[in-house]
Design a protein around this ligand. Structure first.
Ligand SMILES: Nc1ncnc2c1ncn2[C@@H]1O[C@H](COP(=O)(O)OP(=O)(O)OP(=O)(O)O)[C@@H](O)[C@H]1O
Length: 609
């Protein structure tokens, strides 16, 4: 099934060309800090904050808001502690000093607890975000009619990275940004009023002007960082893929090194573009501290506080210093989130892009461009059995538009076993994909008649799916382990010639995780998948070279068990011995026209005549 052509798709054939293509795509899709990003962010927020979502992030956000608000009250009092010390130290009053010390310790303790709690609740908020988002992606993406076309048609790159890693990074960055600015608007209003009372309208106005200046500067240098992060993440995935494919051969090492070059280039870009951004941010922080003194200098130089004693003036400067510094700190905190916001935009765009690909696939389905599988509640004509499948005038093309099968009409009643043969790349697996509802047809439909319905079909690919877990899990999949009794386990494994596995494992319920892929030989893995089939006894088994690694004698035994169990088989296989277990053969001719394109012709014949 896995043709060399398919494998090559996994590696960038020409890394330089693929880098250029990625660049182009990034520019085309404008993965920056823009309206599209905001729309995608809004969508993700709606998903994760939905009040009806189990474990919604909304309640944790509200809790964060509450805790952060309480913390700010403590911070306000903590900020006034130095000015109180100035007040008592300058008049040398020991009793007042003791009172201030006692009060200060209490306030600082409250502020410390407040800050820790904000961090704690923000952590809970983050994991809720990740949980909600990942589950949403799982629910929408992990469905055969969505997952399969998107992955097999290379609609979007590295879906696994988007689901596992980008959601994690998104949740973490979102938390950091919103933890920092969650109640900034309220604080800004409060401290604006307070600063106004002491320094007049010029105080908050200067702070605001300062903020706007640096917000504009940050916006200018932020967009390139967003794009650079997006591209880096993308190349990170490509690089991992190329390393995963490494078998130590020179050609593959060259490909992996090229992928690494491209990744390092992107990583360098991120570092370069972060330089102006961090410069702007640091400059804004340092300038902020001077600005607070400039603000209080205005009323002092205007003579507004000439009536105060030096001790009172010192206390006022200290108090006001804290307020205006805190106001500017809030502004700069917002500006400082620019780097994180740029990263957030990168992750948001990758997740948003995936959601849009799912939308598109769902739309295609609705418009009838999805798999053409129908169910008819009546017996298949001329069939003595209750049900079956009809390929009704089915034409199949590969995703690249290559004709594979041209107008196939074929009735297959339950109890009739079909062998599909033909040279490599002629479309055998593609036909099975259509039968299983994973691929659309160009014309015609695959119709399920009578008792046979799509969920009665079990597919066994050449590379069997081995689940993580125990031996019992292997047999039970997709059902739960407890549905397989000890007697069934023993009997089924014996039928598949695998009863010795029971002696190899500590117990049938010992969890070996993914070790199975190492424990089992390819032939044993195929036998185990076949044992699963014998256990579930589907009405129809679709076997795509599912016994290619099993010796001929054992293969015959497995087929005999399946047929005796009443399972109808549709197989792809190259061994002559397989013919004995089938009643009909569909041979894909693989003839090509003058342009070297497949003609899609086939021959259908009864076996044994
Ligand atoms: N996801 C895909 N994207 C592009 N082309 C594809 C894809 N899947 C299959 N094809 C092409 O469709 C053609 C038929 O593939 P298919 O796997 O059905 O052949 P097959 O007869 O099962 O081959 P084999 O005997 O080698 O398993 C091949 O040329 C293959 O390259």
């Amino acid at each position: 099934m896995d043709t060399p052509t398919e494998k090559q798709h996994l590696l960038p054939a020409d890394p330089v060309a693929s880098v250029a293509a990625l660049e182009e795509e990034a520019v085309r899709q404008r993965h920056g800090f823009n309206l599209l990003f905001l729309r995608r962010l809004y969508r993700i927020v709606c998903i994760t904050f939905h009040p009806k979502l189990h474990g919604t992030a909304l309640y944790f956000y509200l809790l964060l808001l509450l805790v952060a608000g309480a913390n700010e009250v403590a911070v306000f009092y903590a900020g006034n502690v130095p000015s109180q010390f100035f007040g008592v130290l300058l008049v040398k009053d020991v009793h007042k000093l003791n009172v201030v010390i006692g009060r200060s310790v209490g306030i600082l303790l409250a502020a410390t607890i407040g800050k820790s709690l904000v961090n704690f609740v923000a952590g809970l908020f983050e994991y809720r975000l990740r949980d909600g988002l990942t589950r949403h992606l799982h629910r929408r993406f992990l469905q055969p009619h969505i997952f399969y076309p998107i992955v097999s048609r290379n609609d979007i790159d590295n879906v696994d990275q988007r689901i596992a890693q980008d959601t994690d990074k998104f949740a973490n960055t979102f938390r950091l940004v919103f933890q920092a600015i969650v109640i900034s608007p309220f604080i800004i209003i409060y401290y604006t009023v307070k600063t106004w009372q002491v320094s007049g309208y010029l105080g908050p106005l200067l702070s605001l002007a300062y903020f706007i200046l640096f917000a504009i500067l940050s916006r200018l240098v932020m967009s390139p960082v967003t794009k650079a992060v997006f591209m880096k993440e993308r190349h990170e995935g490509l690089f991992r893929e190329s390393v995963a494919m490494l078998r130590g051969e020179t050609k593959e090492q060259t490909v992996a090194n090229h992928a690494l070059d491209a990744l390092i280039h992107r990583q360098r870009n991120v570092v370069y573009w972060e330089l102006p951004l961090t410069f702007v941010n640091n400059f804004s922080s340092y300038l902020g501290s001077i600005t607070s003194y400039l603000i209080i200098a205005i009323p002092i130089y205007n003579g507004r506080y000439d009536h105060l004693s030096p001790a009172e003036l010192t206390e006022l400067i200290s108090q006001h210093g804290f307020m205006s510094m805190y106001l500017i700190f809030q502004f700069t905190t917002i500006v400082e989130q620019a780097v994180r916001f740029a990263e957030l935009a990168g992750f948001t765009n990758r997740i948003g892009q995936m959601l849009e690909a799912i939308d598109k696939q769902e739309e295609k389905e609705k418009e009838g461009h999805g798999p053409h599988v129908h169910i008819v509640d009546e017996p298949l004509s001329d069939s003595k059995d209750a049900g079956g499948i009809r390929f009704d005038n089915v034409t199949i093309a590969s995703p690249t538009g290559q004709l594979l099968i041209d107008h196939l009409t074929l009735d297959l009643g339950l109890g009739q076993h079909l062998l599909i043969t033909g040279a490599n790349g002629t479309g055998k697996t593609s036909l099975l994909r259509v039968l299983c509802g994973l691929w659309p047809t160009t014309t015609g439909d695959c119709v399920y008649y009578g008792e046979l319905q799509p969920h009665h079909v079990q597919l066994l690919p050449q590379q069997p799916y081995i689940v993580a877990g125990s031996l019992r899990d292997q047999l039970a999949y997709p059902g739960a382990a407890h549905t397989v009794s000890d007697a069934t386990l023993q009997h089924t494994l014996t039928s598949a010639g695998l009863d010795y596995l029971l002696l190899k494992v500590d117990s049938p319920d010992t969890d070996y995780g993914t070790e199975w892929t190492r424990i089992l030989s390819p032939g044993e893995a195929q036998r185990l998948a076949f044992a699963r089939l014998l256990h579930h006894r589907p009405k129809l088994a679709v076997l795509d070279e599912a016994t290619s690694a099993i010796d001929e004698t054992a293969e015959g035994m497995l087929y005999r068990h399946a047929i005796d169990a009443g399972i109808t088989v549709v197989s792809i296989g190259h061994r002559e011995s397989l013919r004995a277990f089938h009643t009909r053969e569909l041979h894909l001719n693989g003839t090509r026209n003058e342009q070297n394109a497949l003609e899609g012709s086939y021959a259908l014949r009864a076996i044994g005549t």
